[in-house]
Write a new protein. Structure first.
Length: 152
């Protein structure tokens, strides 16, 4: 395969991960694994310590990426899987930086992010966290958000 084809695999995987994340958030995290996700919806003053059960999803999402790296490296003819692993990893890094660092400020790294897009993401995520129960939430995505969260 040519370089551009590997790059295309990375980009398609990265974009596709937004839809995987949306689906997983809506139907798994707010579905049968709510017991892992529920503490993430608690107000900060009700949380004990730094870690949440919700952080287990980091491991769940790392498994397909790690498997892609391993199979792509060790199984002949599957090198393209390495690039799927890269796409998943890059999306995971983006998710961590936007969700955990920027939105929830679990790490104090971004002090001056202020753009129309970043404010839109904050409003959409705020609307999601306005409900502290399994049902009744909206805005399950991270990077693609409904235009209704944009202020003119």
């Amino acid at each position: 395969m040519a370089f551009w084809q590997y790059f295309l695999i990375i980009m398609v995987t990265y974009v596709g991960m937004e839809f995987v994340a949306w689906f997983t958030h809506k139907y798994v995290m707010h579905g049968f694994l709510w017991s892992w996700h529920a503490d993430h919806h608690l107000p900060h003053f009700e949380k004990e310590g730094f870690w949440e059960k919700n952080d287990l999803f980091f491991i769940v999402f790392a498994i397909p990426s790690a498997a892609s790296y391993m199979i792509g490296t060790f199984v002949e003819g599957y090198i393209w899987l390495i690039f799927i692993g890269i796409g998943i990893s890059l999306y995971g890094l983006t998710y961590f930086l936007i969700h955990d660092v920027y939105i929830h400020k679990r790490f104090k790294w971004f002090k001056h992010l202020d753009s129309k897009y970043s404010r839109t993401i904050l409003r959409a995520h705020g609307a999601h966290h306005a409900v502290n129960t399994k049902h009744g939430c909206e805005s399950f995505g991270l990077l693609l958000v409904n235009k209704k969260y944009q202020k003119k």
